[in-house]
Ligand binder design. Structure first.
Ligand code: FE2
Length: 377
């Protein structure tokens, strides 16, 4: 066990130059937004919220907004080739483009980050309609991924100007208990973890709260290093993974090869009842990685007492891990598109603030079985 740096508390006296209120939305660039929106509604239990496209004055793209509790996903597709959006999908396949962060002042967020070296993606812009005003600004992060700062304190509409309310009275799937974004993980290239750690520290005022090296996270084949970056109040956490030298191709390398560069590896979605949530997701066709049943033989010896019955965890393949502050339950989906790139994590925290280090080995072995089946090991 060699957690290089234990959780560090951020000095209360230090002022946070980039106060974040959490994740505002995650925007995916996808090949078919209409069908992707249907997938997130039918399989994950999101509700239709808003739509933008030619009917709302947007000429070259279409976006569907779906929501479940505090989780908002935007699915965007281009209507024509030969633009940044179409090129993004051609190169990367479906994936996360925007990790949008809720702020009180999007102009200040842009000023604070760009004066510290952040590269502008979007200068502050004021969008207005009859429901009020949204201010957006944005900076680039790893790969073609961006952070958009969203100020919506003066807005009452369903999403933002340019969108209209969207619903289908005949199709409103029940929610699955997903609550909010717990963390979003980025995969970066060889020797790029520390430069991106520095970016989050210097440009966005984040702290490195946890580190894993290749000794923590290596199996016979796969190896990676990871550092967890957190903003001041802990609402926004971005672990950054880098591949490490292993016997064969690691899962991060496979991602980098198929995504054609750096990008979001997984988005972790929080629930208060993982057994119920995962059972519901599975019944609706979401596929998860499976660890061998032997994982459960000594689970309670490893993690101690947990409130949940072991049987449903075993039946659904849910993993458990403990740290100094409590335990967590988690499970990882298979990739949600044909390229072996983006996937989701479902997580229930019972006090633990860590990320399931004790599960990495069992999990990576499960990932490697999938990689081998794809011929990518
Ligand atoms: Fe995670």
């Amino acid at each position: 066990m060699s957690i290089a740096s234990a959780t560090k508390s951020i000095a209360e006296t230090q002022t946070d130059f980039l106060p974040l209120q959490g994740t505002d939305y995650v925007e995916f660039y996808v090949g078919n937004a209409k069908q992707a929106a249907h997938y997130y509604m039918s399989a994950f239990g999101f509700q239709a919220i808003a739509y933008a496209g030619p009917e709302t004055g947007i000429r070259d793209k279409v976006s569907y907004v779906v929501r479940q509790n505090k989780l908002t996903f935007v699915l965007t597709t281009p209507l024509r080739p030969g633009n940044e959006l179409a090129d993004h999908i051609y190169k990367h396949g479906d994936g996360v483009k925007v990790l949008a962060l809720l702020v009180d002042d999007a102009t200040d967020a842009w000023e604070q980050t760009t004066k510290r070296g952040g590269k502008t993606y979007m200068e502050p812009q004021h969008l207005k309609d009859e429901n009020g005003e949204v201010v957006l600004s944005g900076i680039h992060t790893y790969g073609d991924t961006v952070h958009v700062f969203v100020e919506r304190k003066n807005y009452k509409g369903p999403f933002m100007p340019g969108y209209r309310q969207w619903s289908n009275p005949h199709f409103a799937p029940k929610d699955t208990g997903l609550l909010y974004v717990d963390h979003c993980v980025g995969n970066v290239g060889w020797n790029q973890m520390n430069p991106w750690v520095k970016f989050y520290e210097e440009v966005m005022g984040f702290k490195n709260i946890l580190s894993f090296d290749d000794e923590d996270i290596s199996t016979e084949y796969s190896a990676l290093m990871s550092k967890v970056m957190s903003n001041g109040n802990g609402y926004v956490k971005f672990p950054i993974n880098e591949p490490a030298e292993g016997k064969k191709k690691s899962q991060v390398e496979e991602y980098l090869e198929f995504y054609k560069g750096e990008g979001v590896q997984h988005v972790a979605l929080a629930t208060n009842d993982i057994v119920k949530t995962v059972r519901e997701l599975m019944n609706r066709g979401v596929e998860f990685l499976k660890v061998p049943n032997t994982y459960y033989d000594d689970l309670l010896d490893r993690v101690g007492h947990i409130d949940e019955d072991l049987e449903p965890l075993k039946e659904l393949g849910i993993l458990a891990d403990r740290d100094n502050e409590g335990y967590l339950l988690q499970l990882f989906s298979k990739p949600v598109q044909d390229r072996p790139t983006l996937f989701f994590e479902i997580i229930q925290r019972k006090g633990a603030k860590s990320f399931g280090k004790g599960n990495f080995k069992a999990l990576f072995e499960a990932i490697e079985r999938e990689q081998a089946a794809r011929g990518n090991l």
